[in-house]
Ligand binder design. Structure first.
Ligand code: ADP
Length: 678
């Protein structure tokens, strides 16, 4: 239970908190990257495959076309005689724009007839490489199929052109073997013999196996990623390669639906990740705020001097704060989870407390005004406490138990006790002062009965020998009378002494029931003593049948004496008749007060009255207008009356003087009745 401060996160804690998020982000990024890469690779592969397919088709088409060319040439040559051949060759040349020239040679490869393409403005500068042609024709004779010589670069009409001769053996059954040779312009092969479809989306070229470009159609697009496919034509005698450079469908960032889907998913994932991150941040912020609030609450609870204790619905202790533990001397572990009688309940009060708690919990009521209890500490000492209990309601409005605040009243009780003792000492001092004030009066008052006793005793002593001897009844009666007076005077002196003694005795009486008349009579000798000195009369108007009041008699007597003395002193300088009246009557209970009747005492004088400036400070301690006054009288009177639950006030008397009035509660039946001795 140490006071908690808001917890500061160490770098390690922060790292641990953020690490899973970092890993998640990295993983998602890696996953998305891989997906994109795979999608792109797949797309690339698809494009490459399509290109390869096109290339293979184109190669097959070309081979097929070349074979068809060779057959057409052989047929025409086989059927023609030299004069007819040239005309037939012209027809063929028109039908085959890829051919630049046709030649008919005999078995020794000597020219028999020739014809140039009608599309060319000037004939091809011949012959081509004769050795290569020889090889091709030899090959053609061996295989019986068309054979090709390697292409050669030639200038024609100011332009360079790669020319590839094709040699075909013509061997009709009725004539000697001859050779028909067609000279292909490789550009023409691409231009006229390849279907337009192949050329639309890619550049097509014929190359040597080492990659040297011989002829091409269309130019590859710059900047775009190029897909290339190479396939050999496998022409007999010429290892020509058909190369396709595709720009068609070169995959960009979003090549097709797959990549778009993956990219969209990736974007969605990234958005979700961002949202999750935000949510996480908000949660963390809320968590931080909650931790702060909790730390603040804990610090507050820990620094409270009020004990806090929570009980669940079954009466089990679910929470105690440090102040409560310090109050009862038990550790939290010894209290939490305990049900039934609490360990800090005094043994003899356990039953009463159990009943009280059961009653409180049955009604579900709270004791917001507090109930006083007594607890026992672990070391056995007792402490008075004030218990304030209220139902514990959860955020959802459910009643989950009780929360109690416990205040230690020990200190308060000690202060009250000290105050009471000080008050008592002050009152004793005031009483002694009053007695001191009356000392001369007392000596005078006692002097009278003592002088009377003395003269009666002397008289009796004088009378006694004669009466003894003569036995005179009259004399004996005188002695008896004198002795009676002695007893009477001694009684009077005794009463004065007794009333002084009672007053001076420190009053720590218990509350008891006392008759109003008895209270007045107890102070009457002292009052009369003073009244006689001032030449004032004392009138007691207290009906003996008035009910007893519940009070500490010595205190109330002092109040009466103080008020009477103030009244007499106020009359000292006043003209006219001086009468001090002590009266008492039943007073109707105040509205709102308990239905307990009251007795109102009044002390009425016919003195000078109370002026407004005096009235302002009347009850202020040490306020006095008298030379020898202490100024404590009225303030003490008010304290005493209020301690008894009554009130003290005053009203002007008509025609002159003041009425001081105070109330005391009537004693109840069971309260101790005590007959006061006067
Ligand atoms: P003390 O009698 O020692 O002066 P008190 O507290 O009894 O102290 O009275 C305070 C003052 O109130 C007195 O000095 C006096 O002026 C005034 N006082 C009290 N009672 C009366 C009364 N019955 N008539 C007029 N004045 C009074």
């Amino acid at each position: 239970m140490t006071p908690a401060a808001a917890p500061a996160r160490t770098p390690t804690q922060k790292l641990r908190r953020w690490l899973p998020w970092g890993l998640l982000v990295a993983l998602v990024a890696a996953l998305l990257g891989t997906l994109l890469w795979l999608a792109r690779s797949y797309e690339t592969e698809q494009v490459q495959r399509a290109l390869e397919r096109d290339n293979a088709d184109a190669v097959a088409d070309l081979r097929h076309a070349l074979t068809a060319d060779a057959q057409a040439l052989r047929r025409m040559t086989a059927a023609a005689t030299p004069p007819q051949w040239e005309a037939a060759a012209q027809e063929l040349l028109i039908a085959h724009p890829a051919w630049l020239r046709l030649e008919w040679r005999n078995a020794g490869l000597h020219p028999r007839a020739a014809g140039d393409s009608p599309f060319a403005s000037q004939p091809l500068p011949l012959p081509a490489d004769p050795a290569a042609l020889q090889d091709a024709c030899f090959e053609a004779r061996q295989s019986g199929a068309a054979s090709f010589a390697p292409s050669r670069f030639m200038l024609r009409e100011g332009l360079g052109v790669e020319v590839m001769p094709m040699c075909v053996l013509v061997a009709p059954s009725n004539a000697p073997q001859t050779y028909a040779i067609a000279y292909y312009a490789l550009d023409g092969v691409l231009d006229y013999m390849l279907d337009e479809n192949y050329k639309r989306r890619q550049s097509v070229s014929l190359t040597e196996p080492d990659g040297t470009r011989l002829a091409s159609h269309g130019a590859p697009r710059r900047g775009a990623r190029i897909f290339t496919s190479r396939q050999t034509l496998d022409l007999p005698g010429n290892p020509l390669v058909l190369r396709m450079d595709g720009w068609r469908g070169a995959p960009n960032l979003f090549p097709d639906v797959l990549s778009v889907t993956v990219t969209l998913l990736a974007a969605a994932l990234a958005v979700v990740l961002v949202m999750l991150g935000r949510d996480f941040r908000r949660r963390q912020q809320a968590e931080d705020e909650l931790a702060d609030a909790l730390a603040f609450r804990k610090a507050m609870e820990d620094s409270l001097v009020t004990g806090l204790r929570a009980l669940d619905l079954q009466g089990r202790i679910t929470y105690v704060n440090p102040a409560f533990c310090a109050m009862v001397g038990y550790a939290p572990e010894e209290l939490i989870g305990r049900s039934g009688p609490a360990p800090y309940w005094p043994a003899e009060l356990t039953d009463a407390y159990t009943r009280r708690r059961a009653a409180r919990q049955a009604t579900g009521g709270s004791t917001l005004q507090g109930i006083e209890s007594e607890y026992q500490r672990k070391d056995g000492t007792r402490l008075p406490v004030l218990l304030i209990e209220a139902p514990l309601i959860t955020a959802t409005g459910k009643h989950s138990g009780w929360m109690s605040a416990v205040l230690d009243l020990s200190e308060q009780r000690r202060v009250q006790e000290r105050q009471r003792a000080a008050q008592e000492r002050l009152q004793a001092a005031a009483r002694l002062a009053a007695v001191g004030e009356m000392a001369s009066l007392l000596s005078h008052e006692l002097n009278q009965p003592l002088a009377a006793i003395s003269s009666y005793a002397n008289g009796s002593l004088n009378l006694l020998p004669g009466a003894w001897q003569t036995g005179d009844a009259a004399q004996l009666a005188d002695v008896r009378l004198a002795l009676g007076r002695i007893a009477e005077q001694a009684g009077r002196a005794g009463r004065v002494i007794h009333s002084v003694h009672k007053l001076v005795r420190r009053g720590a009486d218990a509350r008891t029931a006392a008759k109003p008349l008895a209270l007045a009579e107890a102070v009457l000798p002292l009052v009369q003593l003073q009244a006689r000195k001032l030449g004032a009369g004392v009138d007691v108007r207290i009906p003996p049948e008035l009910p007893s009041v519940s009070c500490e008699p010595v205190m109330v007597e002092q109040v009466l004496l103080n008020l009477a003395r103030n009244g007499l002193q106020a009359m000292a300088a006043a003209p006219g008749e001086r009468v001090l009246t002590l009266s008492a009557e039943c007073a109707s209970p105040d509205a709102g007060a308990a239905a307990r009747p009251w007795v109102a005492f009044s002390v009425t004088d016919t003195g000078e009255g109370i002026s407004p400036d005096v009235a302002e400070q009347l009850f202020t301690p040490f306020f006095t207008t008298k030379a020898e006054g202490m100024g404590m009288g009225l303030s003490l009177c008010r304290t005493v009356v209020e301690q008894h639950g009554g009130t003290l006030g005053y009203t002007p008397n008509t025609p002159r003087g003041t009425i001081f009035r105070f109330t005391l509660p009537v004693a109840l039946e069971h309260e101790n009745q005590e007959e006061l001795q006067v």
